[in-house]
Design a protein around this ligand. Sequence first.
Ligand SMILES: Cc1ncc(COP(=O)(O)O)c(C=O)c1O
Length: 441
Amino acid sequence: MRGVRVACSGCGATVDPVETLPFRCPNAADGDGIDHVLARRLTEPPAPPDRDGDNPFLRYRRRLLAYHLALKLGLDDDDFCAIVADLDASIAKVDGRGFRVTPFAPADGLAAAAGLPSETEIWVKDETGNVSGSHKARHLMGVMTYLRVLESAGAPLASGLRDRRLAISSCGNAALAAAVVARAANWPIDVFIPPDAEPAVTRRLERLGANLNVMHRQPGQAGDPCYLGFRQAVAAGGLPFGVMGNEVGLALEGGYTLGWEMAEALADAELSVNLLAVQVGGGALGSACHQGLREGLSASPRLPRLFTVQTMGAHPLKLAFDRFKAERSGNLEDDLARAAQARARFMRPWPDEPKSVAHGILDDETYDWLALVEGMAATEGDALIASEEELREANRVARETTGVRASHTGTAGLAGLLGYLRRSRTHDVRAIVLFTGIARD
Ligand SMILES: Cc1ncc(COP(=O)(O)O)c(C=O)c1O
């Protein structure tokens, strides 16, 4: 297909999205040790934004796989815009708002309130006002747009799709986002959530008509019970509608819009940033921001250093990155290729039931770990851990200085950044953090 290409970053298999859903690598087999993730890559320089559009899925449409697919299937620019606009209008009916470019600006006084030199500039991308109250809906809007293009064009791949229920495993925000988008598209959805999901989230999921499956951890069970439930639903014919790159590779692309929006704003302001600190659960957010910035900033010489942030309670990515660094040979590409063939040597499920005030990032595994390892290694970043005290303090300072009612998960990237800047005494900092989710208490 012109403009984009979908290939597995683990085994190299390519997928034609006209014929095969670009979700799970066709070669993925449990236990083969390979890190299969289908990645969409542009084959041409990123098209400039359409500055008339304030919906990111219209503004950057010429970079989207679904857009190239639409053209390939005989639809035109107007058809594609109508598909996105219809979906967005339905989402607005369900959720009270559709997709719009979200605020991104330096947070005055945030660094000083945290005891850092006042010239430290911290830019905040605020996703708390995004559809369903977090950034997660971006991932799923990208996937649903692709499915709607298949349907609208009457592609052979669309036949029977509607008979398959959507399925997602999530501890809250992703489930909510998926349920909003599914409801707007009038598509039934099965959601696998843990018993301690926030009651406000569960109530809203019920009101959205999602079929809830509360998954309890069985004694001695390895791996996330919600993920196992989701896998069973998919094996029984369900359509994966989650944000894990290994299951729905295409889900990452909707998240790239975050990076594109930030890159465009920085280019307009003629500024560069030297640091991106991002909270990591399953890893889709971090890898999408990094890749989106890479595409959006393709004209600038240097990408911000990528710092991932996890909790003391669960930091499988930090351990994987430490193992990766310990085995470095010197050539990053070779090292990454080797790691992609031996996933379990690096990324291992967290052994205990994790706890943290930032409960949205307690995934047992970082599903998109290798893209993050690549990002950290390539930009001389690092994998950080934030303590519970740091997570609480960052949230308090964030809310007091910006007035944004973000959750602890939502400000976890800031917690990691503040800890890092205090320890390293880094100067001349212009950093990005994302307030990714609203507090629902
Ligand atoms: C508010 C919020 N921020 C960040 C994350 C982390 O995103 P990811 O799981 O893609 O790493 C999550 C995940 O649930 C979340 O809910």
